[in-house]
Design a protein around this ligand. Structure first.
Ligand SMILES: C[S@@+](CC[C@H](N)C(=O)[O-])C[C@H]1O[C@@H](n2cnc3c(N)ncnc32)[C@H](O)[C@@H]1O
Length: 290
């Protein structure tokens, strides 16, 4: 660890209260209860793995503590320099005892949850492309939606009150940490949120496999635009479908009912992405005559 970083504190007892943020990670009920009761405002969340924790360290979320195995410490050593919360060092067997299963990703971090979800218009902040997700209750689908949104240049994600928790450990992991980078908010009523965005100039496109929708290939993307996707089972509710400006579909083989919500969103977001996506840096081409 760099001299400016915290000195890791050894922990050898899996019942040590100093690492209570990370007890029984695989027990969702216990996690929910502890997350609510332990925080002094909205509770806390847990992020896992070196890559995701790197995103967390650069985010606006307030860190509470970090636990690492020797392997995790070696991988994160260069990132912990400015960290001003305790970093606990646990042998792998103690890490397993704390988490309640064989946790092999080497590092966990806890951080405070925001006190409130944030006002829709402030979170969206005029972004040219926004993703709105209604009724997505599966943590992995939600994480994949955030990853796709980030990949195709969406500036914010809006979920409704029935959605899974974006800050649940698995959602964060599947998003590859993008939940910690992309601004998001939770709204009580999706059709009302659609109307608020429309009032500020957004065109809202509802994504539906319905055969009477317009094919996404025939949509010329204008901005700002919000893409609205629906729940795994029932799809978008009638009120949301009716409120959107247009309904768009991704044409599929006739014997397939629908795409997975995150897959459908990826196809549509790619179509709607702002032209200014930077992409990877290209190697300089050197021809024979150069
Ligand atoms: C599993 S689908 C729901 C299927 C549901 N039977 C319906 O009619 O919407 C979940 C979401 O993915 C999106 N979706 C899936 N397949 C699609 C397609 N071929 N075209 C457009 N959207 C699609 C829609 O937003 C949908 O609400």
């Amino acid at each position: 660890l760099t001299s400016a970083g915290p000195i890791p504190i050894p922990v050898d007892d899996p019942a040590d209260e100093r690492v209570a943020d990370f007890f029984a990670l695989n027990d969702p009920d216990l996690r929910r209860a502890r997350a609510r009761s332990d925080g002094d405002d909205g509770g806390y969340f847990v992020a896992e793995g070196v890559l995701v924790i790197r995103h967390l360290l650069r985010s606006q979320f307030r860190l509470r503590s970090v636990v690492v195995t020797p392997k995790g410490l070696a991988a994160l050593a260069g990132d912990l320099g400015g960290v001003d919360v305790p970093v606990y060092l646990l042998p792998q067997a103690v890490m397993t005892g704390v988490a309640g299963f064989h946790f092999h990703r080497g590092a966990l971090a806890s951080a405070d949850r925001p006190r409130s979800p944030g006002d829709l218009l402030e979170v969206v902040d005029g972004a040219p492309l926004v993703l709105m997700a209604e009724g997505v209750t599966d943590n992995e689908n939600l994480g994949a939606l955030f990853r796709n949104a980030a990949a195709f240049g969406a500036g914010a994600v809006v979920v409704d009150r029935t959605a899974a928790d974006p800050l649940y450990r698995r959602s964060i992991r599947v998003s590859m940490g993008q939940v910690l980078r992309l601004p998001f908010t939770r709204v009580d009523n999706m059709p009302a949120a659609v109307r608020r965005l429309q009032a500020t100039g957004y065109e809202v496109l509802a994504l539906t496999p319905s055969p009477d929708a317009i094919d996404i290939g025939d949509v010329s993307p204008g901005h700002p635009v919000a893409l609205l996707v629906g729940a795994e089972g029932p799809g978008l509710c009638p009120a949301s479908l009716a409120t959107a400006d247009r309904r768009v579909r991704i044409t599929m083989a006739s014997d397939v009912d629908s795409l997975n919500v995150a897959t459908a969103a990826a196809v549509a977001l790619h179509r709607l992405a702002p032209q200014s996506l930077p992409g990877p840096e290209r190697p300089v081409e050197r021809g024979n005559g150069a």
